[in-house]
Ligand binder design. Structure first.
Ligand SMILES: [Zn+2]
Ligand SMILES: [Zn+2]
Length: 321
């Protein structure tokens, strides 16, 4: 059997590196070092990945920038900064919302959702070296809450308008009422979900202090939260509540027997439980694969459990007021 030997990771020629090189996980300065291991948090890495000198290209014409002393492309004359060239190189790797939201808003959002459904793939291809930008991550979460609101209210609009049509009620005021009620219900569901997600994030952030000696940056934790809790969680929750409401509605409309409706609801609930378990799984993969934290399952399960306890307590208090 042929054993594939991993070639040793050689340090770059530091005289050609004109940008800061930090540990992707903890931010420790790595400039001028030889060993491909962070002395502060022991993260092992590859020098070709940490300092992608031969991958850096002009953003305008694609000219290879390695070895240049002036920050101007000799091919097309465009000015550049080394930091931007490194950031652009990392961005090219993943067509996600955080990297492409300006050029392809909806397409990159759907790509991000599709990647969020497969955490293994997501955390393999999203590098811890690519520093997350917080603004697009929060916009991505807001869009997922909006999508949730539209899915839930869209289902109610279809259901109620079908009911009124079968009963022969076509009065403009009634339609206005349907729209208002449906959207206010959808918004309420999205607000509750958003509130729970904020709680989860508040519970996740302090983990940075406890995960010693790793101590990851907060932006990395926000990234794990955005994909595993919000992107996947919101859409999964919306689809399941749409299914449940459709089954309820069909029972009233078509007179399906109580037993058949009960069986269908149980099937939906089981689907919900199985698909929702991807939320802790995604969090676990994020902490393990992306941040290389060893007790990732404990973090994921404890955070979600605590968040549900606190959420139910707050909701109970609100309903009593
Ligand atoms: Zn480090
Ligand atoms: Zn150029």
């Amino acid at each position: 059997m042929l054993l594939r030997m991993k070639s040793p990771s050689l340090p770059p020629d530091w005289s050609k590196v004109h940008f800061p090189v930090e540990c992707a996980r903890c931010g420790h300065d790595l400039f001028g070092r030889d060993e491909p291991t962070c002395p502060a948090c022991q993260l092992e890495f590859d020098w070709s990945d940490a300092v992608p000198l031969d991958q850096l290209k002009c953003n305008e014409c694609g000219y290879a920038l390695m070895g240049l002393t002036e920050q101007r492309c000799p091919e097309c004359g465009a000015a550049f900064t080394w930091e931007d060239a490194v950031a652009n190189h990392r961005r090219r790797a993943a067509p996600l919302f955080e990297n492409r939201w300006r050029e392809a808003f909806l397409r990159s959002w759907f790509t991000s959702l599709w990647w969020a459904v497969r955490p293994h793939r997501l955390w393999r291809d999203v590098s811890v070296r690519d520093t997350p930008s917080m603004a697009p991550l929060f916009i991505m979460v807001a869009v997922s809450l909006l999508a949730m609101c539209l899915l839930v209210s869209g289902q109610l609009i279809c259901q109620w308008s079908f009911t009124s049509w079968t009963r022969g009620i076509i009065v403009p005021e009634y339609w206005a009422q349907i729209l208002t009620r449906a959207f206010s219900h959808g918004a309420q569901v999205a607000i509750y979900a958003g509130f729970w997600e904020c709680l989860v994030l508040l519970l996740m952030l302090p983990h940075g202090q406890f995960i010693q000696p790793v101590s990851p940056r907060k932006a990395h934790i926000v990234r794990i939260w955005a994909y595993s809790v919000c992107m996947y969680g919101n859409i999964c929750f919306a689809i399941v509540s749409v299914l449940m409401e459709t089954i309820n509605g069909m029972q009233h409309l078509l007179g399906i027997s109580q037993d058949a409706q009960y069986a269908a609801s149980v099937a939906v609930l089981i689907t919900w439980a199985i698909s929702y378990s991807l939320v802790p799984f995604g969090m676990h993969r994020g902490f393990r694969q992306y941040l290389r934290v060893s007790y990732s399952w404990a973090i994921a399960l404890a955070t979600l459990f605590l968040s549900f306890v606190v959420f139910s307590a707050i909701m109970g208090l609100i309903s009593r007021l």
